[in-house]
Design a protein. Sequence first.
Length: 291
Amino acid sequence: MTVVGPVAKAPNALDAMRRFLRMNPTILVGLAVLAAFTLVALIAPYILPDPVRVNPIQRLRPPGAEFLFGTDQLGRSTLSRTLNGTRISLTIGALVTLLTVTFGLLIGLVAGYVRWLDGTVMRVMDGLMAIPGILLAIALMSLFGSSVQNVVIAIGIAEIPRMARVVRSSVLVLREQTYVEAAITNGAGLARMLLRHILPNAAAPVIVQATYVFASAMIVESILSFLGAGTPPTIPSWGNMLAEARPFMQRAPWMIAFPGVALALLVLTVNVLGDALRDAIDPRLARKLRT
């Protein structure tokens, strides 16, 4: 009589994700902090006072029991404005990343695979990259006006060439692989080749670059708002808060401290998450860093 042992359960995607996070705790911590910021952004409008409601009687109150983060020069709650500012930074970061990845992927895939388009397309991208991103964004904002949509477009246009170059460099290597040549031999068309054979293998560097785009977009948005060329002053973004707090730095330092710390912590979290993803995706680099 033959005794059959228990059949091993095939690992599913959830088990693989858990194992990946256990092996990379930095990614887990980064995702947890980012999730906390996202949760704050979602619930802040429902549990905190209106961030734009003016109350001159309560102006420039220091942090205390009534106002945990104090108030600004118009009596508005700094806590409410700081936490609501999280929504603006995360929204702009996410939209810019989506815009950059979409068009950067399209341009990079086509330029890297279609040889006769490579030179023309990448020279245009090089021309855009020759202009400092912040100056290009300021020029576009001065042309189209201040709004969240225009901020996303202005920052995205400056970031798309960098994403396109990352994708193109991966495609230049992938198109020489034997499985690509085999697919061409079997009659695979351009769209099938790019979407089925090239794109999945170029996803890793795109994911890592997307995290840096996310962090860069939040910083550039804050710079634009600080200079008065970003989101409208009526929107409680961190850049607007820092600009309004500048004349009151000595009298009310909490006005600049809390939004500044929030911006630094969120950008640091995204950057650390990007570094951890890069190390996890490239095991050779991870081993090199440990030695």
